[in-house]
Design a protein around this ligand. Structure first.
Ligand code: SF4
Ligand code: SF4
Length: 67
């Protein structure tokens, strides 16, 4: 199965990736990063299709996809 990594310190919490994921696998986290943003997280036990939509839409290149 594919998986992603999220650079939480670079994330500005814009939620574009949350809204674009076809599986709803990314969610907003609860804690703030050093930018004062609520960085996103991959949902526990969620499915990733490896579609790369999240990585492509992220304006700050915070997400990498591994297939
Ligand atoms: S690669 Fe696709 S399925 Fe996987 S987390 Fe990103 S948008 Fe969702
Ligand atoms: S699109 Fe990028 S900057 Fe925006 S919430 Fe997702 S990972 Fe963070």
């Amino acid at each position: 199965m594919a998986k992603i990594t999220i650079n939480r310190e670079k994330c500005k919490g814009c939620l574009l990736c949350v809204n674009v994921c076809p599986k709803g696998s990314i969610k907003q986290g609860k804690s703030l990063n050093s930018k004062g943003a609520k960085a996103v997280e991959f949902r526990e036990n969620a499915e990733c299709l490896g579609c790369m939509m999240c990585a492509v839409i992220c304006p700050d290149c915070c997400i990498e996809v591994y297939k």
